[in-house]
Design a protein around this ligand. Sequence first.
Ligand code: GRF
Length: 208
Amino acid sequence: MKKIAVLVSGGGTNLQALIDAQARGEIVNGEIAVVISSAPEAYALERAQHANIPSCVLARKDYSSSQSMTIALVNKLRELDIDLVVMAGFMTIVTKELFEVYNNAVINIHPALIPSFCGKGAYGLHVHEQALAYGVKVSGATVHFVTEECDSGPIILQKAVDVLLDDTPETLQRRIMERCEWKLLPQAVSLFCQDRLKVEGRTVQILP
Ligand code: GRF
């Protein structure tokens, strides 16, 4: 059984999707062992509490640098014997120390079809504002392995939705969350826990 840590910063709707998938038995060979929040006020912590999942706060402001915060995070993950780190709406910069220990064992959900609308400044509602401003006809979500460079690790799963003429950033965000993010993340986590993700360079092969 692989042990999963979910890193959060805000509302935790993706955490909730993982909790609900776990309750339905859809996270094969994996269990959410801890929720770690970068913000003490994150509603995601309430979701963890309601699901009886242990949680803790690791706030960037309590550390002198991103590196010292990352080292504290890695120590916590190793102490808990974590196998998979899931960034679910996690908004804090982490440094290479995380990826040196958890190589191809950190995954992130991004609310666009990478390489579109990603990288520095492309987070939350800004992603959907950029997509609408560009005039794309489809957008969606991407689950990818996390590497030192933002939003650029090997892609695990993607799912697209149509962009509608009357979409606002809010309506597009909601549709991508409901139809893409909340489906893809549990799927990717389950595949990882079953050792069915084979990384070869930039590509990820899903094994039967
Ligand atoms: C979502 O759009 C997610 O794609 C992005 O952060 C936003 C909030 O996620 N990573 P959550 O509701 O806190 O899971």
